[in-house]
Design a protein around this ligand. Structure first.
Ligand code: NCD
Length: 357
């Protein structure tokens, strides 16, 4: 695979993505054939934020390929607690290991890590921004459960503003033809403008609606999400949003017989436990597909890894990104890197934040 780092799943070409999906399927069907392919290789999982599935599925993926793992899931037990920069941590860990999976609360943290790493960096979630390996999990699930990734009507419901899994999933599914996104949220939690721009530039369409019940009959896929409590400025703001959308048996009566219900998990109370016993609920199977997807991705990333430190990145503009959640707001040595989006608009290459010149 040509791609070195996976900051979002759209970093992979279509061909690379389809190859990883197919490899995940081969591994799932014949796990014994792959049990030694990463012998001698080490994966680092650097988790600056809580995680169950993403961290453990990365770890089990590497162990099942015959490799080993190191890392932390509480940065307070590492030199981060002494004030070490992301750059220094990554430079050092990159010298010890062969591949790094990083989760960090700051948006663009994985992109920053990739600037200094001699080994492949995989974004395991950067704040409310992106989460490519959850998207890999989602597309492996859809490919297996529905047999296609195009011509789908996909309802995405809940915290579309802060839900990084939603952003990455829409970006990837927008690269397939004729997908229709039904975006179900409160007006406070709508999808970021840059994601709408991506859909508008694709062969897909979107519609924003406030009612889950109304959306239900049309959907091939319902992607439920948790309200992202940790991303809210105050508890009151969170409480105003929580509990607005709940999927229960009653609402499911209006859904297609073969609709698939996905959720990146953890679930809080947005899916009633009764729904778990409905054949359309696929969120627990989804977690297993995710492990095979990560096995395939690790295998492909390690195949062409050359252990070279990347060339120094120079600033493209004299300004800083204005997004307070951007990694550049805490790691001050990072070069300011923007892409120009027409007119006076700049887009931050770390966090996709917009600013006017
Ligand atoms: C998601 C995440 O961390 O963004 N969980 C996951 O990785 N499976 C979703 C969430 O936390 O709501």
């Amino acid at each position: 695979m040509k791609t070195k780092n996976v900051l979002d799943l759209t970093d992979l070409s279509h061909q690379e993505l389809m190859d990883v999906i197919k490899l995940a399927d081969d591994i799932r069907k014949n796990p014994g054939d792959f049990s030694g392919v990463c012998r001698g290789k080490i994966l680092a999982t650097l988790f600056y934020e809580p995680s169950t599935r993403t961290q453990m599925s990365f770890q089990t993926a590497m162990l099942r390929l015959g490799g080993t793992i190191i890392g932390f899931d509480n940065p307070q037990n590492s030199s981060v607690a002494k004030g070490e920069s992301l750059k220094d941590t990554i430079t050092v860990v990159g010298g010890y290991t062969d591949i790094i999976a990083i989760r960090n609360p700051m948006e663009g943290a994985a992109a920053a890590a990739a600037m200094y790493s001699p080994v492949p960096v995989v974004n395991a979630g950067d704040g409310g921004h992106l989460h490519p390996t959850q998207t890999l999990t989602d597309v492996v699930t859809l490919h297996n459960e529905l047999g296609r990734l195009d011509n789908l009507t996909i309802g995405l419901c809940g915290d579309l503003k802060n839900g990084r899994t939603v952003h990455s999933l829409i970006k990837t599914l927008s690269t397939f033809k004729n997908n229709r996104f039904i975006l179900i949220s409160t007006p406070e939690l709508t999808i970021p403008q840059y994601i709408k721009d991506i859909i508008n530039a694709s062969e897909c369409t979107y519609k924003e609606i406030p009612s889950l019940a109304d959306a239900m009959p049309k959907l091939d896929v319902l992607y439920m999400t948790r309200i992202q409590r940790e991303r809210f400025a105050s508890e009151e703001e969170y409480l105003r949003q929580n509990g607005v959308f709940v999927l229960d048996k009653e609402k499911l009566r209006r859904a297609k017989k073969n609709m698939k219900i996905l959720h990146p998990l953890p679930r809080v109370d947005e899916i009633d436990v009764e729904v778990d016993y409905d054949d359309r609920a696929k969120y627990f199977e989804q977690t297993v597909y995710g492990m095979y997807g990560r096995m395939a991705l690790i295998m492909r990333l390690l195949e062409n890894s050359d252990r070279k430190f990347p060339a120094r990145v120079m600033p493209t503009h004299p300004f800083r990104c204005k997004n307070p959640k951007c990694i550049t707001s805490t790691e001050h040595y990072l070069p300011s890197v923007f892409r120009e989006a027409g007119g006076d608009m700049l887009i931050c290459k770390y966090c996709d934040g917009r600013r006017l010149i």
